[in-house]
Design a protein around this ligand. Structure first.
Ligand SMILES: [Zn+2]
Length: 308
């Protein structure tokens, strides 16, 4: 085959502020990439048009025949029909939007849709930190806390697409959560919460990263805020291990940037409360950074077409 005939897969990450596109080969090696602002306030049609423009840029300069496209999008999605079901307030006319139908029509190739955290986990398992693992909990510690579950070598979506959403289960204190519930892990371990919890203790306004720096420098309040996050994350891991016997957890998102601070705090609690299986859960930091979601979306497209 000439390079023009070589099949390539596109992965698209539609986030609240930016949309990333990667083009990769059958081994998920990134051939090219582009990024554009997400017009989240202008509706689904405009958001897909922006993604298509970014894709056209990489297609124009990268040889290969587009075989399929995968999309990772924030919110609750119907992975079977390719519709967004529930989107946050920052998106206009996104809930209900037929994402895969719009892409299929525009590009003439199969298109697939996943929730972004599910795509993140698929990416880390396909070619990242958890490569080849069979039973994995994925957690993203960003503005919020996302979760995804992979068991028996397959992604679990559950009855309503929300399997693995360990960030929004009660039992992690009593603080109000952004989702309307109380006592969720997100109130301890998201970037927004780390900032808020530190502010409540000290009256000082620092970013989550600055709180991490303060903890490393010996600030007791900052240390306590991260210790609570670490304990919550460990509890979420132990709960999941008890329920579905995961062997591995992979943690991504901006907060995981403070890994050297966070990891020992999580490990300390995991050692104190080992899973009933008697096997410790392997704790991994995500390896793909911002590429995890688009690469996971491309991996879904590859999987649907080739079975890999
Ligand atoms: Zn919540």
């Amino acid at each position: 085959m000439s390079r023009l005939d070589t099949p390539v897969f596109a992965g698209v990450d539609i986030g609240g502020t930016s949309t990333q596109v990667v083009l990769c080969d059958g081994e998920l090696t990134v051939l090219d990439r582009a990024e554009t602002a997400t017009p989240a306030g202008r509706g689904g049609r405009a958001m897909i048009a922006a993604a298509l423009d970014a894709l056209a840029v990489v297609r124009a300069r990268t040889p290969g025949r587009l075989a399929a496209v995968g999309v990772g999008a924030a919110g609750v999605v119907d992975a079977a029909s390719g519709h967004v079901l529930v989107a946050s307030d920052s998106f206009t006319d996104w809930a209900g939007f037929p994402v895969t139908a719009a892409l299929r029509t525009a590009l003439g190739v199969p298109a697939f849709l996943d929730n972004d955290v599910n795509a993140f986990l698929r990416g880390e398992i396909a070619c990242g930190a958890a490569a080849g693992e069979e039973d994995v909990l994925g957690m993203t510690l960003g503005t919020g806390v996302g979760g995804a579950l992979w068991t028996g070598g397959e992604l679990r979506t559950g009855a309503h697409g929300a399997a693995g959403e360990i960030g929004h289960v009660p039992g992690f204190g009593d603080l109000p959560c952004t989702c309307g519930g109380r006592g969720h892990l997100e109130t301890l371990a998201s970037a927004r919460s780390l900032r808020a919890r530190y502010g409540e203790r000290t009256g000082r306004e620092l970013t989550a990263r600055e709180v991490a720096d303060a903890a490393r420098a010996g600030d007791a309040d900052a240390r306590a805020v991260y210790a609570a996050a670490g304990a919550g994350i460990a509890r979420a891991i132990v709960m999941t291990a008890g329920l579905v016997d995961i062997g591995t957890v992979v943690v991504g998102g901006g907060v995981s940037g403070a890994w050297t601070l966070l990891e020992p705090l999580i490990q300390e609690r995991l050692a104190a409360e080992p899973p009933i299986s008697g096997h410790p859960v392997k704790l991994l930091r995500a390896a793909l950074g911002n590429d995890a979601v688009p690469l996971g979306a491309a991996a879904r497209a590859r999987h649907e077409l080739t079975g890999r």
